[in-house]
Design a protein around this ligand. Structure first.
Ligand code: 9WO
Length: 252
């Protein structure tokens, strides 16, 4: 998958994308990343990309011309590579990113991520944006971190990436549920013991225990996630066991 990122802080993107699963995905040529700096598309001596807002008020607004030139450069690169790539603007006004949207993006051959700075971008650029995406209901100082969040979440769904191997398959069994608890050595520490089932070697029992724990965690932390999710017969049975064990009386 190809990512084009439009940013005036390309260093932030390139540094962060060198590490972890995303960095390895780039090294393995599963992901390619091109950066487009609007400053490179300015014509004045000072390479100005922002100006004062019409109507007054604090802060600066990103200018139309450098942004449109950067969008054109990114779109041209997508065309040259023969990939379709929608332009996504990371903004608090966008559609909220969730796991379903992440998986849909992971199916696309390319994506152009537009990162804003200052008080925002000139509204006339929005007409050149295909979608606006928000990673959550909070305001940041820039769209670079949300772009990195999106690329990280998407890249682990691409075939061949480290994140994709076993954990994404495992995750699909638990689709729409929170994770089950994890344990590693030692078996006994001051803060508690590893549940016996996990050292039993009975993989069917372990799978059942993990699903039950995932249902438990979800019911306790995010009951809303269970209300609009169809449950299998096994899941209903396990939830029944949890309620019999007093799940509804527990508060965490
Ligand atoms: C700045 C500001 C100042 C005074 C009053 C209101 C204001 N809103 C903003 C603002 O939204 N600034 C943005 C900062 C401009 C574009 C980049 N910025 C950004 C992106 N902040 N938060 C995001 C973001 C993107 C995706 N998901 C969550 C947050």
């Amino acid at each position: 998958m190809w990512f084009g990122v439009i940013s005036i802080m390309t260093g932030m993107i390139s540094e962060a994308s060198r590490t972890g699963v995303f960095g390895r995905a780039i090294d393995q040529n599963l992901v390619s990343l091109d950066l487009f700096d609007p400053r490179r598309h300015t014509t004045d001596r000072h390479q100005t990309v922002d100006d004062r807002p019409y109507g007054g008020g604090p802060g600066m607004v990103m200018m139309v011309a450098p942004l449109l030139a950067a969008i054109s450069a990114a779109t041209a690169e997508a065309d040259r590579r023969g990939v379709t790539a929608p332009v996504v603007y990371l903004s608090p006004q966008g559609e909220r990113l969730d796991q379903k949207m992440v998986k849909e993006f992971a199916e696309m051959p390319g994506l152009i991520l537009l990162c804003g700075r200052y008080e925002g971008i000139d509204e006339r650029v929005i007409g050149h944006v295909d979608r606006q995406v928000s990673i959550g209901d909070y305001v940041l100082t820039n769209g670079e971190l949300p772009a990195l969040v999106m690329m990280d979440a998407i890249s682990r769904h691409l075939p061949g990436t480290l994140g994709n191997a076993a954990s994404v398959v495992e995750e699909s069994h638990l689709d729409g549920l929170l994770d089950y608890p994890h344990y590693t050595r030692p078996e006994i520490v001051g803060t508690g013991q590893v549940p016996a089932v996990l050292t039993s070697g009975d993989h069917a029992a372990i799978g059942r225990w993990r699903l039950k724990q995932a249902l438990r965690q979800t019911w306790l932390a995010r009951p809303d996630m269970l209300t609009d999710r169809p449950l299998s017969a096994l899941e209903r049975a396990l939830l029944g066991e949890l309620f019999d064990e007093g799940l509804s009386e527990q508060v965490r």
